[in-house]
Design a protein around this ligand. Structure first.
Ligand code: ADP
Length: 191
């Protein structure tokens, strides 16, 4: 089993790349953002509780996403591993994931960090706002807050990965295919 963590600020392309990487290597794509938006769309109690937090660009509580991920891992069969997209986003989530994987005789094999400069990020987010229909994409203040939350809470997870020797920095500017090839080259070193 291989477990790949996709990292990068909002708009860095981790969602797009995660989908194709998961297909190519027979991995399950686990996006906590998608899972939370599915709860919202289905109008569940959990979705209703999380809606305001997500609309402001803040993070939902760690235990909410940790439970979601654990359930998905345990319900999965027939896959060669997982691509985690948007999780872990805090050091506490990273520690919980590591423990969860160890208990299931797996580990974090690779953390791919997409590097994209802020100017390019803002341009991409503005374009995405026109098509995504996401409340948190529509407002520039919310986008700025998401980038600030990424720096404060998620960047420390990259240090966590660096210390564990699994983090790899990847240039996230270029065509989707070029970036995909760069990511694949790193994955090939762990399979
Ligand atoms: P993006 O990376 O474009 O900001 P996501 O779809 O990954 O978007 O996340 C959207 C929102 O969902 C986040 O701003 C946050 O409110 C919530 N969320 C997603 N994943 C997590 C997580 N691992 N921990 C806490 N909140 C999360």
């Amino acid at each position: 089993m291989i477990n790949v963590l996709m990292f990068g600020p909002p708009g860095s392309g981790k969602g797009t790349q995660s989908v194709t990487l998961a297909e190519k290597y027979n991995l399950l794509h686990l996006s906590t953002g998608d899972m939370l938006r599915a709860e919202l769309a289905a109008g569940t109690e959990l979705g209703k509780k999380m809606e305001a937090i997500m609309a402001s660009g803040e993070l939902v509580p760690d235990d909410v996403v940790i439970d979601m991920i654990a359930h998905k891992i345990d319900a999965t069969t027939g896959k060669a591993g997982f691509v985690f997209d948007g999780f872990p986003r805090t050091v506490e989530q990273a520690e919980a994931l590591q423990k969860m994987l160890e208990e299931r005789e797996m580990k974090i094999d690779l953390m791919l960090v997409l590097e994209v400069n802020d100017t390019e990020l803002m341009e991409r987010m503005k374009k995405r706002a026109l098509v995504s229909g996401r409340a948190d994409d529509a407002d520039e203040a919310v986008i700025n807050n998401r980038i600030a939350v990424y720096s404060a809470k998620t960047e420390p997870v990259i240090d966590y990965g660096r210390k564990a020797g699994v983090s790899r920095s990847v240039d996230g500017v270029g065509s989707i295919d070029e970036i995909f090839d760069r990511l694949c080259r790193h994955i090939e070193t762990v399979i």
